[in-house]
Design a protein around this ligand. Structure first.
Ligand code: 4AD
Ligand code: MG
Length: 477
């Protein structure tokens, strides 16, 4: 007999038909009612067992967390709360879960505790919802680009270049670290290493995406990226997933439109495809809000925030205008910012970004034309000689969710900027070649997948929206 998934069974009209369900026990009440979940939906199917008809030692093995296969009749439910239930005729324990040591009990566990048992947290309602939603978000992103004629490009995970020029890379080596070969100048002899040269995990697939865009016109990457930055925050991971479209002939304003369209498309899709899971996360957040002081509570609930994002055009503001707003803001004048905003040219801290988004504009903001000295070497230099055509999208509660730019397509400008910033031009001949042969204006951006997941799920910590987070001092599982 074929197994029916819980999501199908709860939508099936109960007519005493014979069904087989398999899943994990979420609760077992009165020695009679089992709530069974198989991850296909947040909802459980109720199994009703006449314990009198089964050996006692078998009934005793039905514990929270155990895995069972049950066969029986699908009947209209006698109790309230569910339409149908399965009257069990026979069942088999596929895997026991000793209640004395099984860490997940039907009570509220803290997210911190669940992070320590990330191998089991999939079995909670919260993480079931999050990872189902994560799938839908990823799928919607692929669909968005596919529908618009983009090609999915697999950029390399191991590379020799530093795409951001920020030096935050994890080295990749097969050398024996206890016997590193040095030359006479006490430099590592990379010739003896696996690739015959230094290599690292990629911080971004952008440069390779640019190469492809110079022939395929519209491409995007979607893969893991790695940053060895020592940031212990609720918004940083050492391994995160990034989506990086790159489009020939786009300028920075086309780039903004593309990013805004994509975000709205994805959020809209999730709102229609993940209603049960979003409802669960909404209720969860409402519950959590009750324990917070009034002034720290959200003005809008999760669904309202998502809808708000769909209904409003993102505000477009130049860096220069943003600095003026921040300089004249109340928190700046009253010394409430940890980093006071004084002069043009300084980088914005997340407190500043959040002020602009949450207090001043009260909606997503696209900041553009940043000072060239705080941005990467590949960004297109504006005619004013001091800014570049960069754009960041800032989201409420999150800060930067997207970073992108129009690229410097002029060979001389790019080469001289690379030299100024000590980016090795000989090694990166391949990148410069695109500007030597058939160059054209082009633009792209990077969306932090987990940052988007934070916004969509309303979760507060980025470590809770990726299955197995990696951050300084932590790489368990
Ligand atoms: O702003 P970033 O560093 O831009 C780039 O990497 C460009 N190459 C993108 C491009 O133009 N193709 O990173 C892009 C986004 C950020 O806006 C943020 O959402 C996310 O990636 N991000 C991180 N997410 C989690 N943990 C980290 N440590 C992150 N660093 C960046
Ligand atoms: Mg950035």
């Amino acid at each position: 007999m074929k197994r029916i998934r819980v999501i199908e069974i709860i939508q099936t009209e109960p007519k005493n038909q014979n069904v087989l369900v398999k899943g994990w026990v979420r609760s077992f009440r009165s020695n009679r009612f089992i709530a069974l979940n198989d991850g296909s939906t947040i909802n459980n199917i109720q199994l009703v067992i006449d314990f009198e008809n089964f050996p006692e030692d078998q009934i005793r093995r039905i514990t929270v967390g155990s895995c069972i296969a049950a066969q029986g009749e699908l009947i209209p439910s006698q109790g309230s709360g569910q339409k149908s239930e399965v009257r069990v005729v026979q069942f088999e324990i596929l895997g026991d879960a000793d209640p004395g040591i099984y860490p997940l009990q039907p009570k509220k566990h803290s997210l911190e505790f669940l992070r320590e048992i990330a191998h089991l947290r999939f079995r909670t309602n919260t993480f079931g919802s999050i990872f189902r939603i994560r799938h839908h978000v990823a799928f919607a992103i692929h669909r968005f680009f596919h529908e618009r004629g983009f090609y999915y490009l697999h950029s390399p995970v191991i590379t020799a270049s530093d795409a951001e020029g920020a030096g935050e890379m994890f080295h990749v080596t097969s050398l024996d670290l206890s016997r590193i070969p040095f030359n006479d100048q006490k430099e590592v002899e990379y010739k003896k290493d696996f690739f015959g040269r230094p290599a690292n995990l990629t911080v971004s697939g952008q440069l390779e995406a640019e190469l492809a865009a110079m022939a395929l016109s519209q491409v995007y990457t979607f893969g893991p990226t790695f940053r060895a930055e020592n940031s212990n925050t609720t918004r940083h991971l050492a391994e995160f997933w990034m989506i990086e479209p790159e489009v020939a002939f786009n300028d920075i304003f086309d780039n903004m439109d593309l990013a805004e369209d994509m975000l709205k498309y994805v959020i809209g899709k999730v709102m229609t495809e993940c209603t049960d899971d979003l409802k669960f996360l909404l209720d969860r957040e409402e519950e959590e809000q009750k324990s917070k002081p009034q002034q720290e509570r959200n003005e809008m609930n999760l669904l309202q925030r998502l809808q708000f994002c769909l209904d409003h055009q993102f505000e477009r503001v130049s860096y220069t205008d943003a600095i003026e707003i921040l300089r004249n803001s109340n928190p700046n004048k009253k010394g409430k910012f940890q980093y006071a905003v004084e002069s043009w040219g300084t980088d914005l801290q997340s407190e500043h970004e959040r002020y602009l988004v949450e207090k001043h504009y009260k909606k997503p903001v696209i900041l553009f034309n940043y000072p060239k000295d705080i941005k990467a070497f590949y960004m297109r230099q504006n005619d004013d000689g001091k800014t570049v055509a960069a754009m960041d999208i800032l989201f409420p509660g999150i800060g930067e969710i997207v970073g992108g730019s129009q690229r410097e397509e002029r060979y001389d400008r790019l080469a001289s900027r690379m030299k100024e910033m000590h980016i090795p031009t000989e090694e990166m001949y391949w990148y410069l070649d695109t500007r030597r042969f058939g160059s054209c204006p082009h633009a792209g951006f990077g969306l932090g997948f987990e940052r988007l997941m934070l916004f969509i799920t309303g979760m507060g910590n980025i470590r809770d929206v990726i299955p197995f987070p990696r951050y300084p001092g932590y790489a368990e599982f």
